[in-house]
Design a protein around this ligand. Structure first.
Ligand code: IMP
Ligand code: MG
Length: 183
């Protein structure tokens, strides 16, 4: 399986997550930390980042949907799976694969903030620069990237490529082929 051009290698990702994990370990020392992964995209980042966080962390997941079978954001966010627990008084760190328009995260942050967590921060592996439609404060960012559509390391195109160990840029002909299989 090949997605085209490699943008960020598996080694680069691992090094970055180690650095992010060390920072998170330092910042949350002595605090009750709950890491919340946003499914499905964040499942791989969550697993790898968490193993670089050396604290007694708790985990939960939310599932949201913001995309149909397209590479553009729809702006429509739907919570498919909510948290299993109350977060009042807890230090919550949302783990995301990528921030694109920011609409998904903006919606999530709003819906979690009213539950009164002790703190609410965001860790994202990728941040598409200059395309946010809402302002998002992201405390931990892995890699700022350009506006291209990327796949791998949890990120999909119409459900495929999530298991690539690196971040790749999807070639247009490949995107067109997969999209046609789905229409
Ligand atoms: P946003 O609401 O536009 O910030 O997009 C959030 C979600 O869209 C991410 O969590 C991803 O699931 C998906 N997404 C955004 N950009 C990409 C991309 O380049 N490749 C794959 N998925 C993406
Ligand atoms: Mg996602």
């Amino acid at each position: 399986m090949d997605a085209g051009r490699v943008l960020i290698s598996a080694e680069e990702i691992d090094q970055k997550l180690e650095t992010m994990g060390a920072q998170i370990t330092e910042d949350y020392e002595g605090k009750d930390l709950l890491m919340v992964g946003v499914l499905k995209g964040a499942f791989i980042v969550m697993a790898d980042l968490a193993r670089h966080v050396h604290l007694p962390v708790e985990f939960d997941f939310m599932a949201v949907s913001s995309y149909g079978a397209a590479t553009k954001t729809s702006g429509v966010v739907r919570i498919i799976k909510d948290l299993d627990q109350e977060i009042a008084g807890k230090h919550v760190l949302i783990v995301e694969d990528i921030i694109d328009s920011g609409l998904t995260l903006n919606y999530l942050l709003k819906s979690l903030r009213v539950r009164r967590p002790a703190s609410l921060e965001v860790a994202a592996l990728l941040l598409k620069e200059g395309v946010q439609r809402v302002e998002i404060e992201t405390k931990y960012v892995g890699f700022p990237i350009g506006p291209e559509f990327v796949v791998g390391y949890g990120l999909d195109f119409v459900g495929k490529y999530r298991n690539l160990p690196y971040i790749g840029v999807l070639e247009e002909h490949e995107a067109a082929r997969i999209a046609s299989e789905w229409s």
